[in-house]
Structure formats: structure tokens, C-alpha cells
Design a protein around this ligand. Structure first.
Ligand code: UGY
Ligand code: MN
Length: 248
């Protein structure tokens, strides 16, 4: 008997905390030498899918018909797209627009965060194009003027993108300046450190490796605790009218 049935993981109507002790690995169609820890998807009520792909050297992701965002947590991979091959290492990321044929092959043991979302087009914009970059190349800005909370926006600030992915770094003791409640949902992976996350009416201790889904208007607040900074990668749907995709 391990932990006598106790876990920090919790599923609630408007949020989900998944901790590593409860992760279940599955194969997704087309994956080779690779497994997925599915964190969020439509079955949960989310408008996107997020999973961590754990690959052996030579492992491959399967195809997707949706937009795909990749962030390398550790290891390395080769991304083949448009007849070109690019090497992605830790903190590298890629945005692949809907329908863009590509191949993702791990060159070593790797963990990759994968976000997939059906694109909500805008008649006034052409869809976004391929991006291959690294978090190291993105300039950070303080959130709400607080230098102890730095944000990096990994995707361009353009209406054509219907989602955003940011990293947020909190110095020890830093916190969000308010309890946020907003129409967007979030998928969040703790990359470093830890702290206390308020979700709905509960306060959870969280640490590196945890995943959090926050549904629309889920009350949310975070404070970093410990002697090292806390860092997370956070997805949100973005740039679309609340009625988009909700026709009745
Ligand atoms: O972008 C955000 O909404 C972000 N500040 N939310 C969060 O960190 N929970
Ligand atoms: Mn938020």
C-alpha cells in the first residue's frame, strides 16, 4: 500500500490538479517509442488538449489535424517541416499551424509538452505561420510592473493566434497581484520550484512536475514559496469573441 490512498491530485468542476504520483501513461495513435500523459482534453471540458510526451531516443509523435504547440522540457528532438529539419533542445518550442505536415522525432530521451487546439479562424486574418524558437531568445517583461514576476510571451501578439503560451517566473515570495477570474481557461505545467495555488475555493501546495487545468472564471492566485524561483508554462485561449465556437 502506497501513501494509504492519499494524493495532492484533485478533480473539481472548474479545476484539476494532477501530480506525478497519479500520472498514467498511454499510447496515442501514430506514436512510436513514446507515451503520453494526457493532462487535459475535451473529456474534461477543456477546449484544447495538453499532454506530456515521454520519448525514448528515436521516439516519434503521431500526427494531428489541429494546431500544435511543442515545448521541450528536457532532451532533444528533430522537427521536420517544409522539407527542412530543425534541432530543438531544452526550452526550445515550435508552433505548427493546422494542417501543416510535420514529423517530430526525439534524438535522445526527451519530455515534450504538447498543446493541440482546433483553430478558430477570423475572416479578417490569414492563419498564423510556423514558428521555431527558444524561450532563451524571448525578452521578459514584469507583470503589472512587478519586477519579481517576469513573463515571456512565446507566441506573437497577433489576432491571428487563437491561443497564447507564456512562461512566468516568480522570485521567492512573489505572487499574482490579484485573484484572477477570467473567461479564458488555462493549462499549466510547473517547470521549477513551487508555492501555493489558489484554485476555486481551495489552496493547494504545488511543485515542479504538477499540471493544473483552470476552467473559465476559475478563481486563481499563486504565491511562490521556497528559496528558489518558481516557474511555469501556461496556455490560455486568446483573441476570440466569447460567442465564437458557442453557436446555439
Ligand atoms: O495570463 C494569465 O491569465 C495568468 N496571469 N494567469 C495565471 O498565472 N494564473
Ligand atoms: Mn490567468
Amino acid at each position: 500500500m502506497k501513501n494509504l490512498g492519499h494524493t495532492r491530485s484533485s478533480q473539481q468542476p472548474n479545476h484539476l490538479l494532477l501530480t506525478a504520483d497519479t500520472f498514467v501513461r498511454i499510447a496515442l495513435p501514430g506514436m512510436r517509442k513514446c507515451s503520453a500523459i494526457v493532462h487535459a482534453g475535451p473529456a474534461l471540458g477543456a477546449g484544447f488538449t495538453e499532454y506530456t510526451a515521454e520519448c525514448e531516443a528515436g521516439g516519434e509523435l503521431g500526427p494531428t489535424s489541429a494546431q500544435r504547440f511543442l515545448f521541450v522540457i528536457d532532451g532533444g528532438l528533430q522537427l521536420e517541416v517544409n522539407g527542412k529539419s530543425s534541432e530543438l533542445t531544452a526550452r526550445s518550442y515550435a508552433y505548427l499551424s493546422e494542417g501543416l505536415q510535420h514529423r517530430v522525432k526525439a534524438t535522445q530521451v526527451s519530455r515534450i509538452v504538447v498543446v493541440e487546439k482546433v483553430y478558430q479562424s477570423l475572416s479578417s486574418n490569414t492563419p498564423p505561420q510556423l514558428i521555431i524558437s527558444t524561450e532563451d531568445a524571448v525578452v521578459a517583461h514584469p507583470l503589472d510592473g512587478d519586477p519579481s514576476l517576469q513573463v515571456k510571451c512565446l507566441l506573437p501578439d497577433e489576432m491571428s493566434f487563437d491561443f497564447a503560451v507564456n512562461t512566468m517566473v516568480y522570485q521567492p515570495g512573489a505572487s499574482l497581484s490579484m485573484v484572477e477570474m477570467h473567461v479564458m481557461e488555462h493549462g499549466l505545467i510547473m517547470l521549477e520550484g513551487g508555492g501555493i495555488y489558489r484554485l476555486g475555493d481551495s489552496w493547494y501546495p504545488v511543485t515542479v512536475g504538477d499540471f493544473i487545468w483552470m476552467g473559465p472564471w476559475c478563481p486563481q492566485w499563486f504565491g511562490a514559496i521556497g528559496k528558489a524561483p518558481a516557474k511555469y508554462l501556461i496556455y490560455k485561449n486568446w483573441n476570440r469573441h466569447p460567442l465564437a465556437g458557442h453557436a446555439r
